[in-house]
Design a binder for this molecule. Sequence first.
Ligand SMILES: Nc1ncnc2c1ncn2[C@@H]1O[C@H](COP(=O)(O)OP(=O)(O)OP(=O)(O)O)[C@@H](O)[C@H]1O
Length: 542
Amino acid sequence: MSILESNEAGAATSPRSFAIAHQRPRNSFVGCSRITDYEVLGKLGEGTFGEVHRARSKKTGALVALKKIIMHNEKDGFPITALREIKLLKLLSHNNILRLEDMAVEHPARSTDKRKKPIMYMVTPYMDHDLSGLLDNPSVHFTEPQIKCYMLQLLEGLRYLHENKILHRDMKAANLLINNKGILQIADFGLARHYEGEVPKAGRGGGDGRRDYTSLVVTRWYRPPELLMHLKRYTTAIDMWGVGCVFGEMLVGKPILAGESDGHQLEIIFDLCGTPTDENMPGWRSLPGAEALQPRPRQGNLSQRFREYGSGAVSLLRELLKLDWRGRVNAIDALQHPYFRTAPFPAKPHDLPSFEESHELDRRKFHDRRAALPPAPKGGTVGRGPQDGPNASFSSDGFSSRNGANGGRYPRNSRGPEERVPAWHRDRGLPPRPPPPAEGDHPDGYRDRGGGRPPRGGGGGGGRQDVDTYIPSYDRDAPRRDDRRRRDDRDDRRHDWDRRREFDDRARNSRTRSRSRSPVRDRDRDRDRDRDRDRERDLYRR
Ligand SMILES: Nc1ncnc2c1ncn2[C@@H]1O[C@H](COP(=O)(O)OP(=O)(O)OP(=O)(O)O)[C@@H](O)[C@H]1O
């Protein structure tokens, strides 16, 4: 039975039946503890919600992660997005879904301001890594059996979510947590919601959507073409596209579709998957965001770009990155793909090696470590081939397969100009900081067309393709991955003016935060970004 029971018309029933249908044992959620029940050990990451800390339970001795719930606008009360995440996580029970174990409350000290509200923390088991942090660690090398093992777990988790009528809507490497027992868990349900369409069935792809949702979901690099073209009646297939991006990222060691704006994102998708046609993406022309599109005809270079990872990987990637969302493979079928039944076979989680912790904040450490490695001799990498260097495996398309995935099996035939640069000298593809949305853009992705009202109807809002709908945040000192989405688009039930206000505050803060006090450092950083941008552009032009 589905967690979210639906009536005959397919509409959601009450939260009560939602909870009744839930199988999770009662004793698996403590309820509300005090923060003093935990010993805080250090910061792991900074999300849009707030900081995430590592801690130890004083009662059980278990290591946990405490995610602080930030009240962006205190007078609005507890954020609805956090409530959604808590509600969903309390109900979910699967080995590949992060488990919410407790909520902890921190009361302000008596002497302080009486108007201060208590701070709430979500308590989840501590996971040693997030996938993007792990991929940033220059000493980590994924093997093909390992990639298969993570992929199977990811697909199992997603099959469970989709069967239970839940859309994750923020599938990305940073939201996949991995522990040193080889277990992968899907995290961050701040954007997740109940799905009211048909659950996926074997051999039937994602099917058709039944109702409209906001199209401003999913971090840009992992956002499928139908969302970039503002389809509102979307399906579970949006999460499957994200799985395809994560799969490609595990193969090459860095994000495979790192767009700099929504328009650029579509362009690089077309480079990889081909230009949409009535055959490969039926109905695309009538999507609101496709009105102004005149894409240059291309066949797509997916097979060529991923050739070195073998035909099985290419075939699965093709299924996951299908432009046609109705025909895109679902999790049930992806789990049956021959890729997982051909040698080298998937590893068992307990057979995987353990790694040094890698979280969002560790990335700075890896960044510094990579910078400290000896520079490559100019014009070549003599003595630093795949066998010699710590991560020296190169790819002809300019995407570093620095994992040396499959224990050095990859890549086979790469002999392009980029391979003259050692992998550790190549960034994982950080784009320059995109500009904030143009004046008049609404935070949920539609543009004000004079009347100031959102467009109506099945397709939702058409937006300008050169407008960013997601403002990433960067580290103070170093540019960081652009896979962190602003959180203010998370609640499609909030009023637009609330979101606008929160969005403006956030954009202002992130602008101030991103400038350091040192003009020299700012200048160097801007120069680095420009260089990275030029390099990325060159890569995409190929
Ligand atoms: N249970 C956990 N164990 C270890 N690290 C964790 C855990 N939960 C979160 N983290 C770390 O904290 C980071 C931010 O967590 P999370 O994505 O849940 O926050 P968020 O506010 O939703 O972030 P975002 O703004 O990216 O959506 C993660 O990428 C991960 O590095």
